[in-house]
Design a protein around this ligand. Sequence first.
Ligand SMILES: Cc1cc2nc3c(=O)[nH]c(=O)nc-3n(C[C@H](O)[C@H](O)[C@H](O)COP(=O)(O)OP(=O)(O)OC[C@H]3O[C@@H](n4cnc5c(N)ncnc54)[C@H](O)[C@@H]3O)c2cc1C
Length: 519
Amino acid sequence: MNRERIISELREKSGEIWDIIIIGGGATGLGIALDSASRGYKTLLLEQSDFAKGTSSRSTKLVHGGVRYMAQGDLLLVMEALHERGLMLKNAPHLTFNQEFVIPIYTIWDAIMYTVGLKFYDILAGRLSLGRSYFINKAKTLSKLPLLKSEGLKGGVVYHDGQFDDSRFAIALAQSAAERGGIVLNYCRVNSLVKNEKGKICGVKATDEISGAEFNLSAKVVINATGVFADDIARMDNPASKPTIKPSQGVHIVLDRSFLQSNSAIMIPKTSDGRVLFAIPWYNEVVVGTTDTPVDEVSLEPVALEKEINFILKTAELYLVKPPRREDVLCVFAGLRPLAANPDNPESTKEVSRRHKITLSPSGLLSIVGGKWTTYRRMSEETIDKAVAAGFLRKEKCITSGLKLTKLSDNNIAGRLHIYGEKSAEIEKMIADSPELGAQVDLRLPYTKAEVIWICRNEMPVTIEDLLARRTRALLLNARASADAAPEVARIMAAEFGYDQNWQNTQVEAYKLLINKYI
Ligand SMILES: Cc1cc2nc3c(=O)[nH]c(=O)nc-3n(C[C@H](O)[C@H](O)[C@H](O)COP(=O)(O)OP(=O)(O)OC[C@H]3O[C@@H](n4cnc5c(N)ncnc54)[C@H](O)[C@@H]3O)c2cc1C
């Protein structure tokens, strides 16, 4: 993953025909790139901003079947997702974890309903189950969750799901696709689709957002994996195409771990407005959310509404002994769910299925919308299978169900640097050779200068935001601390890439403006 090398390769290969061009570098597009490259197809992925800049870095960070979808009766989705959950934990053990959840129980009816329901959830997971579900009494519930309010509490139901680091997973997908010969390029925007004399799509026109260079690229098939932006690409194909996406905003807040003081997560299955609320330990903090607010405008930087933040704080206050206040919030982040619109009720989002939809337009644009992070692999497999079935590609077998990400073996996945998988040894060596690189970029953040350098050399960050928001999770863990670390991160990046003081100043200014949306 080296931008300069990729850009010059694109120039050199300007006359070549790619098997696949994928538009969009979130979970869906990157998953498709890995599936495609690992089947041996000549693969190019173009992302207009940074990898996972959109929804894919803003999830609840759950690798789950979806207890709520089971309650809605969508058993096929839950079974599919539980199977994929198991594969994600097997194939990326450095980025995904088995997380224990406790549902606080206040009535006998809820005790029966959730115990039985979650036992059924275990059965649906089959041999990929992460642990059995069971009822615990009030004392045991409070020993697992010491800061849960005890008033009216009858007990708890324990169950297991997966948890992960979404944007690091996205980077691992990008690395893995690149290791298998695919080309993944960030900051390269697709502006239009190219059609042949028969009106069939045969390529894209794209712009390198950094240098302004234009590319005219040919492909056997073009895949639209642009999440909430999918309708924009569909309109490039056919200006009269109907909306297929109903975006819905979900907000999370991040709090200090002292508000939970537990390794178990809390799941509130029904909040005052009928939603699910999670409080999940994540690194050294707690992620609490989410909301479900229909929106009309889509943006790469959606902003949380104050009423969404208040809703989360007020709901958390109902359950936690130490009520979180607005000033305790370390970060607020908002994401847009690319829900496939329900043609019968286009305004509703709560009841819209989280299933994905794959469509092929008359001119050959293959689009995938909806779905979940957890099901990215299956979505990718189905998309490529559809491209094969439509006759765009020769038939090759999908191998991703057993493919370890970034060629990971089972070594070197312990300790704080586990997120880098086997590469953590390289970072440890940098610190051993130059102990000053072991210093943190800010004392409130776990990240060292060595990691920043290693990321610059290996993971294609272009801006300091890429480094602070998605290669490390500094922005989400503590937005203000990340702003304080910004000048040092800019200095290190400038030294690595040969940028001047002016670049550093511009980057730091832009980052400080950005964090206002996260505090
Ligand atoms: C609040 C919230 C919580 C969630 N929690 C979970 C969870 O816990 N577990 C789970 O499994 N799922 C969860 N999801 C769902 C999951 O995050 C999404 O399904 C998934 O991230 C969507 O990925 P995507 O690649 O389709 O979209 P995106 O991540 O948005 O990627 C689309 C990309 O396309 C790019 N793009 C757009 N136009 C162009 C263009 N012209 N040229 C080039 N690139 C372009 C965009 O820049 C963007 O990066 C959650 C979603 C939300 C909103």
